[in-house]
Design a protein around this ligand. Structure first.
Ligand SMILES: C[S@@+](CC[C@H](N)C(=O)[O-])C[C@H]1O[C@@H](n2cnc3c(N)ncnc32)[C@H](O)[C@@H]1O
Length: 196
């Protein structure tokens, strides 16, 4: 599904997001409650979720990774996106210098060194995983999170769940986030887990 996330701070600024509208507030609430020192996103796409997470508190550092740079090429127009210039403008207006955009794969043969370095940093992190292979993402990176960190994942159910290979083991030291009850109740496919 595709929706627009409308900026809370910049009139007329909006970004394409692949999340259900009902989940916007819940994801922002999870970040507000946790007050992380660092937000990490896998799968920037067109920066919809990036902007949503950034706007919870624009002073929080946020790093986002995608193997494709949307300011260089637009892959899926479908009436939502007009040009790479528009994306450049969104980046210029919607984000401040606390946000860093990495164009690199996070799923090579080895774990991505930049990602591992950030995830190993001793600070409270909110990590949201939503690229092309959630099972691999969780199995590769969940182990780097520390007590109090939150791991969020999209497409829980259809693409990733406890039955998928390695997931139960990767999440053994995590407990379900209290907001999962709301995601479940509303048939939303985001789930979050708190590292114990
Ligand atoms: C479903 S989209 C993310 C949507 C975004 N979270 C949102 O809600 O707007 C998945 C993104 O992951 C990126 N991606 C896929 N495989 C990747 C990889 N190995 N490393 C980094 N990014 C990857 C794709 O290019 C795509 O932009």
């Amino acid at each position: 599904m595709r929706n627009w996330y409308y900026s809370k701070y910049h009139v007329g600024v909006k970004a394409l997001i692949s999340h259900e509208e009902e989940s916007f507030e819940l994801i922002q609430s999870a970040i507000s409650l946790q007050k992380p020192h660092l937000i990490v996103e896998f799968g920037s796409a067109y920066y919809g979720l990036t902007l949503l997470m950034h706007e919870v508190d624009p002073s929080t550092p946020l790093i986002t990774f995608d193997r494709i740079d949307p300011t260089e090429s637009i892959r899926r127009t479908k009436g939502f996106i007009k040009s790479t210039d528009e994306i450049k403008e969104l980046r210029r207006v919607g984000f401040n210098s606390n946000v860093r955009f990495y164009v690199e794969s996070i799923l090579g043969e080895e774990p991505n060194k930049v990602v591992v370095e950030f995830l190993s940093t001793p600070c409270t992190k909110f990590v949201y995983m939503d690229n092309g292979n959630k099972v691999r993402e969780v199995n590769t990176y969940a182990k780097y999170l520390r007590e109090g960190d939150v791991l969020g994942v999209h497409d829980w159910g259809p693409e990733i769940n406890y039955e998928r290979e390695g997931i139960k083991e990767s999440l053994i030291e995590f407990k379900p986030h209290p907001l999962n009850l709301f995601f479940e109740d509303r048939n939303l496919v985001t789930r979050m887990f708190v590292r114990t």
